[in-house]
Structure formats: structure tokens, C-alpha cells
Design a binder for this molecule. Structure first.
Ligand SMILES: [Zn+2]
Length: 316
């Protein structure tokens, strides 16, 4: 007897999108993926981070920028339930598409208005913050060396041309050992520092980008013995802006780190890279994480990154 969704994913186990893949049969999962892709393409909507409820376990919401249009989507073994209807076959799926269209048209103005309000509030908060930080910065002026202050250098991102080249060679049966190492190492270093730096920052510590020393303390201003200087706050922001890998897919990144360290042959390495790319594609179409995982590793706009990943996923 298969466990129910709630038994399979208790409160302490928030399911990743890859876990959902394994939960349903192929038919339901195909519908779920098609639906995720449809709402993204047609309405620019995505699944938000699931919400725990005592009655149904993890439930899902569809929306954008933290404003949700459809809530309380439940998962069951035979399908996913939207507004009381179990989506499990062609007919129920057709209903779902019509239902989404109706909801979207009905609530569009209200929904987009809420997003605009939210953004406006955020922008007010940002202005107040900038004023505050300017004052703080003025008081630090005498200690700051502009050439050494907040010079950030995060591990490189993927070169998409090289990644394409690797896939093309592989498809022709050529094992490019140098390239597979280079790409794997790039992914590895981003995963590793993404994880380790996040763990440091949880303890209020940062890693100097000049010499690798750890800089702790209560103050926002951090001076390294090598000469570099940092604002702890700006360091954190830079980490986020650079899209260092962390957050909802942290488990996937941790697995990659561990397995890359022990991978020896070309095939093993290629498999690890391909598994991570599969994750990129899943997270892109499901939107289970706020940003597609691929953005942790590839530079470019969200649209551009989505396009690259779709291409690679279609022509492996
Ligand atoms: Zn240093």
C-alpha cells in the first residue's frame, strides 16, 4: 500500500519538485508538468513555496511576486486537486485550463494591482534604508579605503558555449575529459561556496575574497588583515545578487558536491552534470523555487536562461 501524500511528506520534509516526480504515476506527472509550463508561458505565473496544513499536509499556491491567484492546491496519489476538482486525465485537465483562464480574467486587475502595491511599498522601504545607510557610511568614512572596500569575487558561472560544446561532443560519442572537468569544477565550486558561505553567514561570519580568511564580529564593518574591507550587509547582498546556489535546492547542490568529489570516470562526471541540468529544467518549469535553479549557475535574464535550459533539455 502506497503512503498518502501527507505520510510520504510530513511537516519536516517539504517535497522538492523532483520528489513529486516520483510520487505520481507518469500520466499525472506529465499533466502537472504541462500545467506548470502552461501557467508560466501564458500568464507568467508559477508555483510558490508550499504551505503546511494539518489537514492536507503540504499545499500549493500559484501566483507571482508573493501574491497568489490560486491557493490550497492539494496533492493526492491519483492526481492534484484544484478548487475541489481532481486533475488526473484529459477531461479534468481541459477543465483546469478553462478554469485558470476564467480565474485569471476575473481577477487579473486585482491581482496585478496587488503586485504593484507590494512593489510600491517595497520601494518606499528601500528609500528609507538608503538614507539610513548613507548616514552610517558617512560615520565610517575615515576608516574606508575605497580601493579595498566591498570588492567581491564569487566563483565563476558556467560558460554556456562550453556547456553546449560538451553536450554536442558527448552526443557524437566523444569524451572530452578536459571540458567535463572544467564544467564540473565550475559547478562544484559554486555549489561548495554557495553552501559554505551561507553556513558562515548564519553565524555572522564572512569569507574574505582576497585571502580566504574568515571575518566575524558584531559590527557591520569588517577589516581583513590582508587589507580588504567589507560591509557585512553588502557582502550578503552581493551573495544574493550573484545568485550563489542556496535555498530550496540546497539538498541537490549538497549531493552534487559530495558525488563530484568521488567521481572518477568521464561517464560518472557527465552523469552528475546531466542530473544537475535535469534539475535546472524541472525547477524552471515547476517554479517550485522562486527563481529557476539554473540562474545560480548561468548569467543572463530569466527569459534567456529559461531558453538555454529548454534547448539543452530537448537536445541532450
Ligand atoms: Zn583577506
Amino acid at each position: 500500500m502506497q503512503k498518502s501524500f501527507k505520510e510520504r511528506f510530513p511537516k519536516n520534509h517539504r517535497p522538492e519538485i523532483t520528489d513529486l516526480e516520483g510520487f505520481w504515476n507518469e500520466d499525472v506527472h506529465t499533466l502537472f508538468r504541462a500545467f506548470s509550463e502552461q501557467i508560466l508561458q501564458k500568464y507568467d505565473l508559477r508555483f510558490g513555496i508550499p504551505l503546511w496544513t494539518e489537514t492536507y499536509g503540504w499545499t500549493y499556491r500559484i501566483g507571482k511576486s508573493g501574491v497568489f491567484l490560486v491557493k490550497g492546491i492539494r496533492m493526492e496519489e491519483n492526481g492534484f486537486i484544484v478548487d475541489g476538482v481532481t486533475i488526473h486525465d484529459k477531461d479534468s485537465y481541459s477543465w483546469l485550463l478553462a478554469h485558470m483562464e476564467e480565474i485569471y480574467q476575473q481577477k487579473k486587475d486585482y491581482f496585478l494591482g496587488r503586485i504593484a502595491e507590494k512593489n510600491a511599498r517595497q520601494s518606499e522601504r528601500n528609500k528609507a534604508r538608503i538614507v539610513r545607510e548613507k548616514k552610517e557610511f558617512a560615520s565610517l568614512q575615515s576608516r574606508i579605503d575605497p580601493g579595498q572596500y566591498n570588492v567581491f569575487c564569487w566563483p565563476e558561472k558556467l560558460d554556456i558555449h562550453k556547456l553546449n560544446k560538451l553536450y554536442q561532443s558527448d552526443a557524437r560519442g566523444i569524451h572530452d575529459e578536459v571540458l567535463v572537468d572544467e564544467i564540473g569544477l565550475t559547478l562544484y565550486l559554486r555549489c561548495k561556496y554557495g553552501k559554505e558561505d551561507a553556513e558562515r553567514m548564519d553565524k555572522n561570519i564572512i569569507r574574505c575574497h582576497g585571502c580566504g580568511s574568515e571575518l566575524g564580529g558584531e559590527e557591520d564593518f569588517r577589516q581583513c588583515s590582508c587589507g580588504r574591507q567589507y560591509s557585512y550587509r553588502e557582502y550578503r547582498r552581493s551573495y544574493r545578487r550573484n545568485n550563489m546556489p542556496t535555498g530550496a535546492a540546497a539538498k541537490t547542490f549538497a549531493t552534487f558536491i559530495e558525488e563530484w568529489e568521488s567521481a572518477k570516470t568521464y561517464q560518472e562526471k557527465m552523469l552528475l552534470i546531466d542530473t544537475l541540468l535535469h534539475e535546472f529544467h524541472l525547477s524552471m518549469i515547476s517554479g517550485a523555487t522562486h527563481r529557476p535553479v539554473a540562474m545560480n549557475f548561468i548569467d543572463g535574464s530569466r527569459e534567456r536562461v529559461d531558453q538555454i535550459i529548454s534547448q539543452l533539455a530537448r537536445n541532450p
